[in-house]
Design a binder for this molecule. Structure first.
Ligand code: G3I
Length: 371
């Protein structure tokens, strides 16, 4: 359990020598086994295949999530196998965004999102819906239209009700509003702010709650994990929402980070702690760790990356209000990072052959030690 640190106190692992190897070929066969080797003073400790990352996370009181793309879900059997085996939280990476769902006003195509939801249900996974209100990935019909405040409110309300109602009881939590704060710590100048005004944020939460009163509702943002201008602004925003009794249950820390600028565990902890005092949960919603910027040998870069994943897992494990860590993609070749930055990178837990990387091992160890 999360609170049980006795295991840690009595057994001193040398993490440097602890590694997980896959005994059989790891490219998706279902008879994979993992085994811990090089354990100091604790020879009986073993992680078997029944203790996949999702099982280890669960026994430590956490959920292990990933984002999911529809193309590999449909076309790549190994992707499906790793996804179902290793993760128990699933976030549709794009399929539930307004722009993906709605090609014309009032028209919705739920085929991709439905398929992802069905996969999650068949594999006993929770779904974190992403995202109801964002300034990006909007339908052209909306982006290019001229809307009065009343019309924009009607569109937003209809969108939220249509999507949240459809997945009521299936989607456990939602990123209701995504990235509404600018890097300067002000409200982002978006089409929502321009047409509706700052109230669009609380309206969105209230409508989402009305559409599914049981869903847990989150504000989600990047570069707001540590203490600084942006996270102070996020804090102030959610504090005001709480004061107004707006139904918000938590804050998502995206955690797109890199080995060049690793997040400070202390600062992330302090930020999680102040949100706890507001009665809010925190989820690590989109974690990836870029290694490209650094000139060190690849093995060193992967070790540094592993350490960052481990540190963030530890921060979350220690916080009573943080119970879930999601990576933004299953394997490196499906990450948004190389495409977006136009250069190679390897920010996730599995490589392009679905081999587990040191970051996978580090997370396994961390969860194992916090059983
Ligand atoms: O669906 C169209 C397809 O019809 C078309 O043929 C193709 C041509 O490029 O584009 C497809 O849309 C792409 C979409 O992903 C779905 O694949 C967009 O071009 C592409 O820009 C879009 O990128 C996504 C991005 O959000 C914008 O929505 C990334 O995959 C996704 O990883 C990224 O995720 C965001 C989170 O939602 C919020 N936080 C930051 C994170 C990273 O940017």
């Amino acid at each position: 359990m999360k609170s049980n640190n006795i295991f840690k106190k009595f057994i001193s692992f040398s993490l440097a020598t602890l590694s997980v190897i896959f005994i059989s070929n790891c490219k998706g066969e279902s008879n994979q086994k993992t085994e811990l080797i090089g354990l100091n003073n604790f020879e009986t400790a073993k992680i078997t295949q029944t203790q996949s990352l999702r099982n280890l996370a669960e026994s430590a009181g956490m959920r292990m999530g990933t984002s999911v793309l529809i193309n590999p879900l449909r076309e790549d059997g190994t992707y499906r196998e790793v996804l179902g085996r290793e993760f128990n939280n699933l976030t549709p990476e794009n399929a539930m965004k307004f722009g993906q769902l709605s090609t014309a006003r009032g028209n919705y195509n739920f085929a991709d999102a439905d398929e992802i939801v069905a996969f999650a249900q068949n594999h006993n996974m929770q779904i974190h819906g992403h995202t109801l209100v964002w300034h990006r990935n909007l339908p052209d019909w909306f982006k290019n239209g001229q809307w009065s405040r009343q019309e924009a409110m009607k569109i937003l309300r209809e969108h939220i009700f249509t999507v949240v109602r459809r997945y009521r009881g299936k989607v456990t939590s939602w990123d209701v509003v995504n990235e509404a704060i600018s890097d300067q710590g002000t409200l982002r100048d978006s089409i929502w702010l321009q047409t509706i005004g700052p109230e669009y944020i609380e309206m969105a939460f209230r409508w989402a709650h009305a559409a599914d009163p049981k869903a847990r509702l989150f504000y989600n943002d990047y570069n707001a994990e540590q203490l600084g201008k942006k996270s102070h602004a996020v804090y102030k925003l959610v504090q005001q929402l709480r004061q107004k009794d707006v139904p918000i249950h938590g804050v998502g820390f995206q955690m797109h980070t890199s080995i060049k600028k690793p997040p400070s565990s202390k600062a992330v902890s302090a930020n999680i702690e102040r949100l706890e005092k507001l009665g809010l949960e925190v989820k690590i919603t989109e974690m990836d760790v870029k290694i490209h910027e650094d000139d060190k040998p690849r093995s060193e870069k992967l070790a540094a990356q592993a350490k960052i994943y481990q540190n963030i897992a530890n921060v979350c494990l220690k916080a009573p209000n943080c119970n879930s860590l999601t990576t933004w993609g299953v394997a490196d070749h499906w990450s948004w990072v190389p495409k977006f930055f136009n250069r190679t990178d390897a920010p996730l837990l599995f490589d392009e052959f679905y081999q587990p990387k040191p970051a996978y091992t580090a997370l396994s160890e961390t969860f194992y030690q916090n059983k």
